[in-house]
Write a protein that binds this ligand. Structure first.
Ligand SMILES: [Zn+2]
Length: 425
């Protein structure tokens, strides 16, 4: 059955940093939906029919749902834990918390809560690290599949430098990942990401097993971490003394491609940047996490100039907000400290089509092109008294978007649609 959603409609078809012809905005617009997909987008008057069911979201803004390209599902109960930088943070908070995910019933309960929080914040697709336990990924995929929500996820592989309760072995990590790929990759909207946590927690044997999985499943994403923190880099290079640099470890095991998502990518050497550009490997900017853990300032313009394609992400629980609006708020400030500018149009492009391009999924999510999934967010730029006061003086779409980016959060999410279904009561 067809359904018409009415409001001010905004979608991107190109990167604002590349061309001025990048978006389409329709003041009295509508999106026609059928069977979870977008059928048509246009003026309300051209799409309205007496027989159509309608939902009127005026005066709100309707956009493609937000995409979060790096988040840790088992860290929902350690977000906002005090006082540590990366390696301490992992040992003190993260690993003990992740060890709970093989307890009966815990992962399914957390998976439901996690997906509800994502859609409450306007996020309709996420790329998620699960715990080492296959039941954590199983629970997340099951819950996402039941919602018809596109997730990219994988169980972390880690076989050293962490407590035994969160370790697998090279063989077990391979076997468990393989079984999850066979069960979930390509089932409905689910996709598997092969997930070596990072080089510190994987032996060379496990990295070799990872490379084998990648060769056997070249259409799976691969997600890991790269050069987030100076102590991390030093420890990593001590574990792989043959490596020319941090990226070279992943390169040695044939992980570099446009399917590889490298969380953080802050403290990079010129050779690493060049290889990322040559292989299409993606950098993923995690602003709130980089500030919270004191990790460093991402060089968006430098990577772009070198030809590296970057995503943007919350990195909860090192990140401090599930909101992609708040993520781009802090991202704006980090780039300010770098002497770089991020326009509101670029920010909203980045959290929608930009991240879809990063994932190679722009034909399914991130735009309003007919045939795309009807994954949508409805934004209220006057959600709070302070936002209303500010919005009274806003005259352009770019101004309104910037107010949402800087002042907005889950209170600005009036509705979220996943495959055409409204997720908020
Ligand atoms: Zn992370």
């Amino acid at each position: 059955m067809q359904h018409l959603i009415r409001g001010r409609v905004l979608g991107f078809h190109a990167d604002p940093a590349v061309t001025d012809d990048n978006h389409r905005y329709i003041e009295d617009g509508a999106i026609l939906i059928e069977a979870g997909k977008i059928v048509a987008v246009g003026d309300y008057a051209s799409l309205a029919r007496p027989d159509l069911a309608e939902t009127d979201h005026r005066p709100h803004l309707i956009m493609p749902g937000f995409i979060d390209t790096h988040i840790h599902f088992p860290q929902v109960q350690v977000i906002a834990s005090w006082g540590a930088q990366l390696l301490d943070w992992l040992n003190t908070y993260t690993f003990p918390e992740e060890s709970r995910f093989n307890q009966q019933g815990h992962a399914p309960a957390m998976a439901d809560a996690f997906l509800n929080i994502l859609t409450d914040h306007g996020t309709t697709t996420a790329v998620a690290f699960c715990s080492v336990h296959p039941e954590s990924a199983e629970a997340l995929f099951s819950a996402a599949h039941a919602r018809n929500m596109a997730m990219v996820a994988g169980k972390v592989m880690m076989d050293r430098n962490a407590p035994p309760a969160v370790l697998d072995t090279a063989q077990q990590g391979y076997d468990d990942s393989k079984a999850l790929i066979n069960r979930w990759h390509g089932k409905g909207r689910q996709r598997y990401a092969i997930t070596p946590r990072f080089a510190i927690t994987s032996t060379p044997e496990q990295m070799a097993a990872t490379g084998q999985l990648v060769r056997e499943h070249p259409d799976c994403h691969v997600q890991t971490h790269l050069s987030e923190n100076m102590d991390e880099i030093e420890f990593t290079l001590s574990l792989y003394p043959q490596a020319r640099d941090y990226l070279d470890i992943y390169e040695t095991y044939d992980l570099l491609s446009d399917k590889l998502l490298l969380g953080h990518s802050i403290h990079l050497r010129p050779r690493e940047i060049a290889r990322m550009a040559e292989t299409g490997s993606r950098a993923v900017f995690c602003p709130t996490s980089n500030l919270f853990l004191g990790s460093g300032l991402f060089d968006e313009a430098g990577l772009r100039a070198a030809g590296v394609v970057s995503g943007v992400a919350t990195d909860v629980g090192g990140g401090t907000s599930y909101s992609m609006l708040q993520t781009l708020n802090e991202g704006y400030k980090i780039l300010q400290l770098r002497g770089q500018k991020l326009s509101a149009l670029s920010a909203f492009h980045w959290m929608t089509r930009g991240n879809a391009v990063v994932l190679g999924m722009a034909d399914e999510i991130g735009t309003l092109a007919p045939g795309s999934a009807a994954d949508l967010v409805v934004l209220d730029s006057r959600a709070t008294p302070a936002m209303r006061l500010r919005s009274d003086r806003a005259e352009t779409l770019a101004e309104e978007l910037f107010i949402l980016q800087i002042m907005g959060d889950d209170r600005s999410i009036a509705q979220t649609y996943v495959a055409g279904r409204a997720m908020k009561a």
